[in-house]
Design a protein around this ligand. Structure first.
Ligand SMILES: C[S@@+](CC[C@H](N)C(=O)[O-])C[C@H]1O[C@@H](n2cnc3c(N)ncnc32)[C@H](O)[C@@H]1O
Ligand code: SF4
Length: 387
């Protein structure tokens, strides 16, 4: 599986903290609620062991981004975050301008830890605000009010030079007028980055059961499209254009960590249920660890890693992944990189048809990208172009 075409680019380390105080009914992330105290020291040892075993496979890298995701990483003690950062620094060089993000839930308790995270080295936080409407927050099963979330944003602003927050839209009964007002208010609180996700009904979540029973009605395709369009207009006018289908930033303030995924660069996935992509001897290795926290711990303690998937991607798989991830970005993809990965050109006839439909376009530099009107049907565009 020789692939000389994966450009070096940024190298990222993803750390997954798999615990939450309660499970939100829409969420299918690898998150677990535990009523007994979490033995953080034991987890630190396991994270350090997995970092060491990964670094032994890909030595000599310089880490340019680190992302603590979850679950709810803001439930970790700052000392735990610091110890994990120390372990990363022991095995790899750290770039002087490294971006270190921590995902936080916006409750008052969690905001009290922000100073500690800053002292540990975190320089960016991403807050799960989700909505500025208390009734919507309740329906989403959130444990915070809108005011509490705004207070947490204010604390973040006072401590971190960079912060972002997430909102979920296309919620039950939401109209374009309501969403526009909420989004404008949110932009007033935002700095350089916002993640705006359309509510997705994920299989096997409580929301999926309610949806199936007709008790949770989400906006139909036309309304969802209207909501998407007002999102783009309002954000672009406020200087926060979409650089990815759900992510908006002032130019230069994009989340470098997520760009590592979307641009197909290299990243190590550490912790329960984390995914990684390692470039080893010309091969692109997909890794995935055991999802269940206690089983992951036991696996790491006995084997030194929690891997349950560790396999080289075929050229076709690499090329499809490049399309799937790269076409999410406003900058699009380089057709020549697709060709080098897959050994064949993109189908010019299919591209011509998609261009006629206004779903894709070429940039002056020859990149292929999805247009604003193509983004709402991105899955269909990718399916059309993939092998
Ligand atoms: C790992 S999650 C959560 C981070 C943090 N635990 C929180 O809830 O604030 C990252 C983001 O994905 C989004 N998300 C999760 N499930 C979603 C769904 N079913 N539909 C749309 N967005 C979702 C939320 O905006 C969330 O903040
Ligand atoms: S949305 Fe966040 S807090 Fe809620 S269950 Fe998922 S990861 Fe946990």
């Amino acid at each position: 599986m020789v692939n000389m075409m994966t450009p070096a680019g940024d190298f990222g380390v993803y750390i997954h903290w798999p615990f939450c105080l309660s499970k939100c009914p829409y969420c299918d992330f690898n998150s677990h609620v535990r009523h007994a105290a979490i033995d953080e020291a034991r987890y630190v040892r396991a994270f350090a062991a997995e970092i060491a075993s990964t670094a032994a496979r890909i030595p000599g890298r310089t880490v340019s981004t680190i992302f603590f995701g979850g679950g709810t990483p803001s439930l970790m003690q700052p000392a735990t975050v610091g110890a994990i950062l120390d372990a990363i620094g022991k095995h790899w060089a750290i770039a002087p301008d490294v971006e270190i993000t921590l995902e936080a839930n916006p409750t008052s308790v969690e905001a009290t830890r922000f100073k500690g995270y800053r002292a540990a080295g975190v320089n960016r936080v991403s807050l799960g605000v989700q909505s500025l409407d208390d009734a919507a927050l309740k329906e989403l099963g959130r444990l915070h009010t809108a005011q509490e979330a705004l207070d947490a944003v204010a604390v973040a602003r006072s401590i971190f030079e960079r912060y972002s927050f997430d909102l979920i839209y296309a919620r039950p009964r939401q109209t374009a007028e309501q969403w526009s007002a909420e989004l404008r208010r949110a932009i007033g609180e935002a700095a350089e980055h916002l993640s705006l996700y359309q509510l997705t009904i994920e299989p096997e979540t409580p929301f999926a059961a309610l949806h199936k029973a007709g008790k949770l009605v989400v906006p139909n395709e036309d309304i969802a499209r209207e909501l998407y369009d007002v999102t783009q207009e309002i954000c672009a006018a406020a200087g926060l254009p979409a650089y990815e289908i759900s992510n908006h930033a002032r130019p230069g303030a994009e989340c470098r960590h997520n760009l590592v995924y979307w641009r197909g660069h290299e990243y190590a996935g550490i912790g329960p249920g984390a995914h990684g992509r390692l470039n080893i001897n010309g091969a692109r290795i997909a890794t995935e660890t055991e999802r269940r926290p206690e089983l992951w711990l036991m696996r790491v303690e006995s084997l030194g890693h929690g891997l349950i998937v560790d396999e080289a991607l075929t050229p076709g798989e690499q090329a499809d992944e490049y399309l799937l991830m790269g076409l999410r970005l406003a900058e699009g993809i380089e057709p020549s990189r697709y060709t080098s990965l897959s050994g064949r050109d993109l189908d010019l006839e299919r591209i011509a048809t998609l261009r006629e439909q206004g779903a894709v376009e070429h940039t002056a530099a020859g990149r292929l990208r999805v247009t604003m009107s193509g983004f709402p049907v991105l899955d269909a565009v990718v399916a059309d172009l993939a092998a």
